[in-house]
Design a protein around this ligand. Structure first.
Ligand code: PEP
Length: 253
Protein backbone atom coordinates (compact mmCIF):
# COMPACT_ATOMS: atom_id res chain seq x y z
CA UNK A 1 0.00 0.00 0.00
CA UNK A 2 1.16 3.56 -0.70
CA UNK A 3 0.91 6.38 1.78
CA UNK A 4 -2.37 6.32 3.73
CA UNK A 5 -4.75 9.18 3.02
CA UNK A 6 -6.96 10.78 5.68
CA UNK A 7 -9.48 13.39 4.55
CA UNK A 8 -11.87 15.37 6.73
CA UNK A 9 -15.27 16.42 5.41
CA UNK A 10 -16.49 19.36 7.44
CA UNK A 11 -19.87 19.41 5.65
CA UNK A 12 -21.99 22.51 6.45
CA UNK A 13 -20.20 23.30 9.71
CA UNK A 14 -17.80 25.90 11.18
CA UNK A 15 -17.75 29.67 10.66
CA UNK A 16 -15.05 31.99 9.37
CA UNK A 17 -13.26 32.02 12.71
CA UNK A 18 -13.62 28.39 13.78
CA UNK A 19 -12.73 27.08 10.30
CA UNK A 20 -9.32 28.74 10.40
CA UNK A 21 -8.82 27.82 14.04
CA UNK A 22 -9.59 24.15 13.29
CA UNK A 23 -7.31 24.15 10.24
CA UNK A 24 -4.46 25.67 12.23
CA UNK A 25 -4.84 23.16 15.05
CA UNK A 26 -4.80 20.28 12.58
CA UNK A 27 -1.78 21.68 10.74
CA UNK A 28 0.10 22.35 13.98
CA UNK A 29 -0.61 18.92 15.41
CA UNK A 30 0.18 16.98 12.28
CA UNK A 31 3.51 18.63 11.52
CA UNK A 32 5.49 15.50 12.31
CA UNK A 33 3.06 13.13 10.58
CA UNK A 34 1.44 14.68 7.55
CA UNK A 35 3.34 14.74 4.32
CA UNK A 36 5.85 12.20 5.44
CA UNK A 37 3.84 9.17 6.45
CA UNK A 38 0.29 10.15 5.60
CA UNK A 39 -1.51 12.42 3.17
CA UNK A 40 -3.99 14.71 4.92
CA UNK A 41 -6.71 16.93 3.47
CA UNK A 42 -9.58 18.94 4.92
CA UNK A 43 -12.74 19.87 3.02
CA UNK A 44 -14.31 23.02 4.48
CA UNK A 45 -17.43 24.75 3.13
CA UNK A 46 -16.86 26.72 -0.10
CA UNK A 47 -16.96 30.12 1.59
CA UNK A 48 -14.06 29.31 3.91
CA UNK A 49 -11.83 27.56 1.36
CA UNK A 50 -9.55 30.50 0.71
CA UNK A 51 -9.06 31.39 4.38
CA UNK A 52 -8.38 27.76 5.27
CA UNK A 53 -6.01 27.33 2.31
CA UNK A 54 -4.13 30.47 3.34
CA UNK A 55 -3.82 29.25 6.91
CA UNK A 56 -2.51 25.86 5.68
CA UNK A 57 -0.17 27.40 3.17
CA UNK A 58 3.04 26.35 4.88
CA UNK A 59 1.74 23.03 6.18
CA UNK A 60 1.46 19.58 4.63
CA UNK A 61 -2.32 19.59 4.95
CA UNK A 62 -4.10 19.94 1.61
CA UNK A 63 -7.48 21.51 0.96
CA UNK A 64 -10.43 19.95 -0.82
CA UNK A 65 -13.87 21.20 -1.78
CA UNK A 66 -17.05 19.31 -0.98
CA UNK A 67 -18.51 19.69 -4.46
CA UNK A 68 -17.87 21.12 -7.93
CA UNK A 69 -19.86 21.99 -11.03
CA UNK A 70 -18.88 20.48 -14.36
CA UNK A 71 -19.14 23.58 -16.54
CA UNK A 72 -16.15 25.90 -16.64
CA UNK A 73 -18.05 29.20 -16.45
CA UNK A 74 -21.25 30.95 -17.41
CA UNK A 75 -24.87 31.24 -16.35
CA UNK A 76 -24.98 28.56 -13.64
CA UNK A 77 -26.20 30.51 -10.62
CA UNK A 78 -24.76 29.29 -7.35
CA UNK A 79 -22.32 26.84 -8.90
CA UNK A 80 -18.51 26.68 -8.54
CA UNK A 81 -16.10 25.58 -11.27
CA UNK A 82 -12.84 23.64 -11.14
CA UNK A 83 -10.80 26.74 -11.98
CA UNK A 84 -12.44 28.66 -9.12
CA UNK A 85 -11.56 25.85 -6.73
CA UNK A 86 -7.97 25.82 -7.98
CA UNK A 87 -7.88 29.59 -7.66
CA UNK A 88 -8.69 29.45 -3.93
CA UNK A 89 -6.15 26.72 -3.21
CA UNK A 90 -7.95 23.40 -3.60
CA UNK A 91 -6.17 20.19 -4.53
CA UNK A 92 -9.02 17.72 -3.98
CA UNK A 93 -12.78 17.68 -4.47
CA UNK A 94 -15.42 15.29 -3.18
CA UNK A 95 -17.71 14.00 -5.94
CA UNK A 96 -20.93 12.11 -5.35
CA UNK A 97 -20.97 12.24 -1.56
CA UNK A 98 -24.04 10.33 -0.39
CA UNK A 99 -25.60 13.50 1.02
CA UNK A 100 -25.41 15.03 -2.43
CA UNK A 101 -26.79 11.89 -4.08
CA UNK A 102 -29.58 11.25 -1.59
CA UNK A 103 -30.41 14.64 -0.04
CA UNK A 104 -29.70 16.99 -2.95
CA UNK A 105 -30.64 14.44 -5.63
CA UNK A 106 -27.50 14.24 -7.78
CA UNK A 107 -27.69 11.64 -10.51
CA UNK A 108 -24.93 9.22 -11.48
CA UNK A 109 -24.56 11.04 -14.79
CA UNK A 110 -24.00 14.34 -12.97
CA UNK A 111 -21.46 12.79 -10.61
CA UNK A 112 -19.54 11.46 -13.61
CA UNK A 113 -19.49 14.89 -15.25
CA UNK A 114 -18.11 16.35 -12.02
CA UNK A 115 -15.35 13.72 -11.78
CA UNK A 116 -14.35 14.34 -15.41
CA UNK A 117 -14.46 18.15 -14.98
CA UNK A 118 -12.39 17.96 -11.80
CA UNK A 119 -9.63 16.00 -13.55
CA UNK A 120 -9.70 18.24 -16.62
CA UNK A 121 -9.39 21.22 -14.30
CA UNK A 122 -6.35 19.80 -12.52
CA UNK A 123 -8.10 18.69 -9.33
CA UNK A 124 -8.00 15.26 -7.68
CA UNK A 125 -11.54 13.91 -7.26
CA UNK A 126 -12.57 11.72 -4.35
CA UNK A 127 -15.43 9.65 -5.76
CA UNK A 128 -17.80 8.49 -3.01
CA UNK A 129 -19.71 5.24 -3.50
CA UNK A 130 -21.88 3.21 -1.15
CA UNK A 131 -25.18 1.55 -0.47
CA UNK A 132 -28.23 2.52 1.60
CA UNK A 133 -29.23 0.31 4.53
CA UNK A 134 -32.22 -1.02 2.55
CA UNK A 135 -29.87 -1.92 -0.31
CA UNK A 136 -27.49 -3.76 2.04
CA UNK A 137 -30.41 -5.63 3.58
CA UNK A 138 -31.57 -6.60 0.11
CA UNK A 139 -28.05 -7.94 -0.67
CA UNK A 140 -27.56 -5.23 -3.29
CA UNK A 141 -24.30 -3.77 -1.94
CA UNK A 142 -22.12 -5.08 -4.77
CA UNK A 143 -24.66 -4.07 -7.40
CA UNK A 144 -24.87 -0.48 -6.06
CA UNK A 145 -21.12 -0.12 -5.63
CA UNK A 146 -20.56 -1.45 -9.17
CA UNK A 147 -23.06 1.05 -10.56
CA UNK A 148 -21.58 3.99 -8.64
CA UNK A 149 -18.02 3.05 -9.60
CA UNK A 150 -18.62 2.30 -13.28
CA UNK A 151 -20.85 5.32 -13.85
CA UNK A 152 -18.63 7.64 -11.79
CA UNK A 153 -15.49 6.69 -13.70
CA UNK A 154 -17.11 6.41 -17.15
CA UNK A 155 -14.94 7.72 -19.95
CA UNK A 156 -11.70 7.91 -17.93
CA UNK A 157 -8.56 6.39 -19.44
CA UNK A 158 -6.01 4.30 -17.50
CA UNK A 159 -3.93 7.43 -17.20
CA UNK A 160 -6.67 9.84 -16.14
CA UNK A 161 -8.14 7.51 -13.54
CA UNK A 162 -4.88 7.71 -11.56
CA UNK A 163 -6.09 11.13 -10.35
CA UNK A 164 -9.04 9.52 -8.59
CA UNK A 165 -9.40 8.37 -5.01
CA UNK A 166 -12.42 6.16 -4.29
CA UNK A 167 -14.22 6.43 -0.94
CA UNK A 168 -16.47 3.56 0.11
CA UNK A 169 -19.05 5.07 2.40
CA UNK A 170 -21.96 2.82 3.35
CA UNK A 171 -24.78 5.33 3.82
CA UNK A 172 -26.07 3.53 6.91
CA UNK A 173 -22.74 4.22 8.63
CA UNK A 174 -22.50 7.94 7.85
CA UNK A 175 -23.17 10.17 10.85
CA UNK A 176 -24.97 7.33 12.61
CA UNK A 177 -22.25 6.14 14.97
CA UNK A 178 -22.70 2.74 13.35
CA UNK A 179 -19.37 1.86 11.72
CA UNK A 180 -19.02 -0.99 9.28
CA UNK A 181 -16.89 -3.67 10.90
CA UNK A 182 -13.36 -3.85 9.49
CA UNK A 183 -14.38 -7.16 7.86
CA UNK A 184 -17.50 -5.68 6.26
CA UNK A 185 -15.48 -2.74 4.94
CA UNK A 186 -12.61 -4.95 3.71
CA UNK A 187 -15.04 -7.18 1.84
CA UNK A 188 -16.38 -4.24 -0.16
CA UNK A 189 -12.94 -2.66 -0.60
CA UNK A 190 -11.62 -5.95 -2.03
CA UNK A 191 -14.62 -6.03 -4.35
CA UNK A 192 -13.90 -2.46 -5.50
CA UNK A 193 -10.24 -3.42 -6.10
CA UNK A 194 -11.39 -6.38 -8.19
CA UNK A 195 -13.66 -4.09 -10.23
CA UNK A 196 -10.81 -1.63 -10.78
CA UNK A 197 -8.69 -4.55 -11.98
CA UNK A 198 -11.33 -5.46 -14.52
CA UNK A 199 -11.77 -1.87 -15.67
CA UNK A 200 -8.16 -0.62 -15.78
CA UNK A 201 -4.56 -1.68 -16.16
CA UNK A 202 -2.54 -3.16 -13.28
CA UNK A 203 -0.97 0.13 -12.29
CA UNK A 204 -4.29 1.93 -11.95
CA UNK A 205 -5.92 -0.92 -10.06
CA UNK A 206 -3.01 -1.10 -7.63
CA UNK A 207 -2.43 2.62 -7.15
CA UNK A 208 -5.95 4.00 -6.80
CA UNK A 209 -6.54 4.55 -3.10
CA UNK A 210 -9.76 3.27 -1.58
CA UNK A 211 -10.82 5.13 1.56
CA UNK A 212 -13.40 3.96 4.07
CA UNK A 213 -15.89 6.47 5.47
CA UNK A 214 -18.71 6.09 7.97
CA UNK A 215 -18.47 7.00 11.67
CA UNK A 216 -14.69 6.73 11.76
CA UNK A 217 -13.45 7.66 15.25
CA UNK A 218 -10.04 7.53 16.96
CA UNK A 219 -10.96 4.23 18.61
CA UNK A 220 -11.89 2.33 15.43
CA UNK A 221 -9.20 3.73 13.09
CA UNK A 222 -6.40 1.25 13.74
CA UNK A 223 -8.65 -1.79 13.23
CA UNK A 224 -9.99 -0.42 9.96
CA UNK A 225 -6.52 0.53 8.70
CA UNK A 226 -5.19 -2.98 9.37
CA UNK A 227 -7.34 -4.29 6.53
CA UNK A 228 -5.47 -4.95 3.31
CA UNK A 229 -7.57 -2.90 0.92
CA UNK A 230 -8.34 0.06 3.21
CA UNK A 231 -5.90 2.75 2.11
CA UNK A 232 -7.23 5.61 4.19
CA UNK A 233 -10.27 7.24 5.69
CA UNK A 234 -12.86 9.87 4.88
CA UNK A 235 -13.95 11.34 8.19
CA UNK A 236 -17.03 13.48 8.81
CA UNK A 237 -18.06 14.29 12.38
CA UNK A 238 -14.72 13.43 14.00
CA UNK A 239 -12.85 15.76 11.64
CA UNK A 240 -14.52 18.76 13.32
CA UNK A 241 -12.57 18.14 16.51
CA UNK A 242 -8.84 18.74 16.06
CA UNK A 243 -7.82 16.29 18.81
CA UNK A 244 -9.99 13.52 17.38
CA UNK A 245 -8.86 14.14 13.81
CA UNK A 246 -5.21 14.19 14.88
CA UNK A 247 -5.70 10.96 16.80
CA UNK A 248 -7.19 9.40 13.65
CA UNK A 249 -4.23 10.62 11.57
CA UNK A 250 -1.84 9.20 14.16
CA UNK A 251 -3.65 5.84 14.25
CA UNK A 252 -3.78 5.64 10.45
CA UNK A 253 -0.01 5.72 10.05
C1 PEP B 1 -18.76 11.66 5.67
O1 PEP B 1 -19.33 12.72 5.75
O2 PEP B 1 -18.23 11.37 4.60
C2 PEP B 1 -18.73 10.77 6.84
C3 PEP B 1 -18.15 9.61 6.70
O3 PEP B 1 -19.30 11.23 8.00
P1 PEP B 1 -19.16 10.56 9.48
O4 PEP B 1 -17.71 10.31 9.71
O5 PEP B 1 -19.70 11.62 10.41
O6 PEP B 1 -19.97 9.33 9.49
Amino acid sequence: MGKPFVAGNWKMNTDSHSAVELAESIAGGSVSLAGEKVTVAVCPPFVYLRDVANSLHLSYVAVGAQDIYFESKGAFTGEISASMLKDVGCTYVLCGHSERRHVIGETEELVNKKVVAAISGGLLPILCVGELLSEREASQTEEVVTRHLKSGLAGLSDEKVLAVTVAYEPVWAIGTGRTATPQQAQQVHAFIRKLLNEMYDDQAAAEIRILYGGSVKPNNTADLMREKDIDGLLVGGASLNADDFLAIIQAAV
